[in-house]
Design a protein around this ligand. Structure first.
Ligand SMILES: Cc1cc2nc3c(=O)[nH]c(=O)nc-3n(C[C@H](O)[C@H](O)[C@H](O)COP(=O)(O)OP(=O)(O)OC[C@H]3O[C@@H](n4cnc5c(N)ncnc54)[C@H](O)[C@@H]3O)c2cc1C
Length: 389
């Protein structure tokens, strides 16, 4: 079927010097020690307001980020579109506690929604809950704590922001995805997002929740949600991911002495992920599916499932997606074969994007084989080009 090892297709959009830069970067990331030291230095520099752009911009930032503004990303959006890969521009500010910053983020995110709606190559808008409420506040809401007046205001600001983003998406006819972060306040978000699905997903999926399949309870949640969707007449917008915060989840569960919400091992997460996707495909009349994964097998399985069920490769209810700067071999080979593919492209100022970059660097060190795989593919393409020259 699809051959993910076709490096010619995978890297057609990259010049040989770009490829060599990527090789250099992934080699650095492969060194666990370097990432740990880099993380500590970056966090320290941020704390004392020391400029770190000079170190990060030509390396991690250039590889994983589209630019500082929507306009900066246009070059990348056009380049990817030449190969039928679409873009999702994600204004990456997270974890802020300052209301002025949150208001500015809201304005920028609203702009990104309208920009996506007008742009033929940007099929989705996206945002992160922690852009509009602090983690502390979301945690207190998740715990059902009695909120102080100021916190009540923060909660109202958060809910109004989320509502305004979804309403704007609906009015502009562009789907919008809400990223998932920590499990301990996701229950509150699930309820909020489902209300928005009921409101805006009457004819098709506009509002998408994110289901982290490393969680043990997600399959059950989705199955129960399907029953509510049938009863209340809404389409479930389902972005599937494995989940990016495993260590933190397990540490908190151990510290607070509750059972870990995370699958016991990788294979259980993999099985749960594929089962979630299969469940949604089996019930496609009630779902729109967004498959956010760098796992070759999961991507292949979805493609095979679509073939088995005679679902057109470009059926608008099924999208594949990888992060910009990772797994081009999956994105570009799927796009070449005719599937709907997007790259998630974060944008924003260096300082605000550091947590995202640290996560990508850590993920590439901790996920067994990921960096090795990127390096092997880059090396294969560099030698293929040498032979061809
Ligand atoms: C387009 C896109 C959007 C994303 N949006 C979000 C988001 O909103 N929220 C979010 O949390 N993440 C998000 N992610 C990241 C995602 O959750 C994963 O961390 C990342 O993609 C790696 O998983 P993978 O499916 O690509 O495959 P793989 O590399 O095969 O899987 C790695 C993942 O498996 C799980 N895992 C690894 N070891 C174990 C273990 N021992 N026990 C149990 N599970 C294990 C972890 O989830 C780990 O991240 C997104 C990813 C993409 C591509």
């Amino acid at each position: 079927m699809i051959n993910f090892n076709d490096t010619k297709i995978a890297f057609e959009y990259k010049s040989t010097s770009n490829l060599k830069q990527s090789k250099f970067l992934f080699k650095a990331i492969a060194s666990n020690g370097m990432v740990k030291t880099g993380k500590a230095l970056a966090n320290f520099a941020l704390k004392i307001n020391f400029p770190i752009g000079w170190a990060i911009k030509p390396t991690l930032y250039q590889h994983f980020v589209g630019g500082e503004t929507l306009d900066d990303c246009e070059h990348t959006v056009r380049l990817l579109n030449k190969y039928n890969v679409k873009s999702i521009l994600d204004y990456s500010v997270e974890g802020s506690t300052d209301r002025t910053v949150m208001k500015a983020t809201l304005r920028e995110t609203l702009d990104s929604v309208v920009h996506a709606a007008k742009h033929p190559n940007i099929p989705f808008a996206v945002f992160k809950p922690t852009a509009f409420a602090s983690k502390e506040l979301l945690t207190r809401i998740g715990d059902n704590s009695d909120l102080y007046e100021k916190e009540k205001e923060g909660k109202a600001f958060f809910e109004n922001s989320v509502e305004e983003l979804c309403r704007t998406a609906s009015e502009n006819d562009i789907p919008i995805m809400i990223d998932a972060e920590d499990s301990w306040y996701q229950g509150y978000l699930d309820n909020l997002i489902e209300k928005l699905m009921i409101k805006y997903n009457k004819e098709k999926a506009v509002v998408f929740n994110t289901y982290q399949m490393y969680r043990t309870d997600r399959l059950e949640y989705i199955a129960a949600q399907l029953e509510r969707a049938k009863e209340k007449g809404f389409t479930i917008g389902a972005k599937f991911v494995r989940g990016a915060y495993m260590e933190k989840e397990r540490e908190r569960a151990a510290l607070k002495d509750y059972p870990s919400p995370i699958q016991p091992d990788k294979i259980s997460t993999d099985n749960n992920y594929d089962a979630g996707i299969k469940f949604a495909v089996d019930n496609l009349e009630h779902f729109s599916i967004f498959n956010g994964s760098h796992n070759e097998e999961s991507n292949l399985k979805l493609a095979e499932l679509m073939a088995e069920k005679n679902i057109a490769k470009d059926d608008n209810r099924i999208w594949f997606s990888q992060l910009y700067g990772m797994s081009d071999h999956i994105s570009f080979n799927l796009a070449k074969a005719g599937y709907n593919v997007t790259k998630y492209i974060p944008y924003g100022k260096v300082k605000s994007i550091v947590p995202y970059l640290i996560r990508r660097a850590e993920e590439n060190t901790s996920v067994a084989g990921q960096t090795t795989r990127e390096l092997a593919l880059i090396n294969a393409e560099i030698s293929r080009r040498k032979k061809e020259a």
